[in-house]
Design a protein around this ligand. Structure first.
Ligand code: HEM
Length: 221
């Protein structure tokens, strides 16, 4: 297993693992959003989507395992990288040199932790359905009613929105650093490349926020 452990022992190896796994996790976010947006197409559409996923259970499990491996590698290499960085500069600066660092880059660890806690809650909420006893009486594929029951509660809807915004702050910086790590740059297009992270996270934020907000405000009934 040295092909896995070796990259994790160097700073650049950790950065590459973070970038590649981060990219695949963004792919999941895009796919998950396109499925969830079916809620705007109505009860039948989103419930059929949930049922179709279950009809291909072995493929679903393959994807789930891939997702878990990506998430574990992403977190592990992130923790390792932070440790290596703090070992490399053991003397704490008297004045924090963070003037140039953006808000997103300074709080990658914190926003990452919030995302992790959000995912744990989200799985308990909509996948395992532990948080709402009322879900137990719904059919297996009644994702539509689960979403309606959940996001008509302002605390839950706003809580989801806050977590989505923090995830997008995390992603905005992550995608920009990913290009740097993978050496994707071109004098002429650097401005464009730098704007991909913020643009992608803004689009994802609009998509993800639209669901709890539309239900809370009664646009979807
Ligand atoms: C706010 C908008 C979101 C909505 C409405 C939503 C909706 C859902 C629903 C309905 C499920 C259960 C699907 C089923 O069992 O058939 C689910 C599962 C899941 N969601 Fe979300 N989600 C949202 C945001 C997110 C975000 C931002 C992430 C990642 C950070 C995420 C990650 C997941 C994961 C990992 C699963 C488990 C997938 C599986 O094992 O099948 N979701 N989501």
């Amino acid at each position: 297993m040295s092909w896995v452990s070796r990259p994790l022992n160097s700073s650049i190896g950790c950065k590459v693992i973070m970038s590649v796994t981060g990219l695949l996790l963004v792919g999941f976010l895009l796919a998950h959003l396109s499925g969830n947006l079916l809620v705007f197409a109505g009860e039948e559409a989103i419930n059929l989507y949930a049922k179709t996923l279950r009809d291909y259970l072995p493929i679903l499990w393959l994807l789930r395992i891939g997702l878990i491996v990506m998430a574990v590698l992403h977190i592990f290499s992130g923790v390792k990288l932070t440790r290596m960085n703090s070992k490399a500069k053991p003397v704490k600066y008297k004045v924090k040199q963070s003037v140039k660092a953006s808000f997103a880059s300074r709080y990658m660890g914190l926003t990452g932790l919030v995302v992790l806690a959000f995912i744990a809650y989200h799985l308990a909420h909509l996948t395992f359905r532990f948080t709402h006893p009322a879900f137990q009486s719904l059919g297996d594929y009644d994702v539509y009613k689960m979403l309606m029951l959940s996001f008509s509660n302002p605390v839950l809807a706003i809580g989801y929105c806050i977590c989505v915004i923090l995830l997008m702050v995390h992603l905005s910086h992550g995608v920009s650093s990913l290009f740097q790590t993978l050496g994707i740059n071109h004098k002429k297009y650097n401005g464009l490349i730098r704007s991909i992270g913020p643009a992608l996270s803004t689009l994802l934020a609009i998509g993800y926020l639209s669901i709890p907000l539309s239900i809370l405000l009664g646009f979807i009934k």
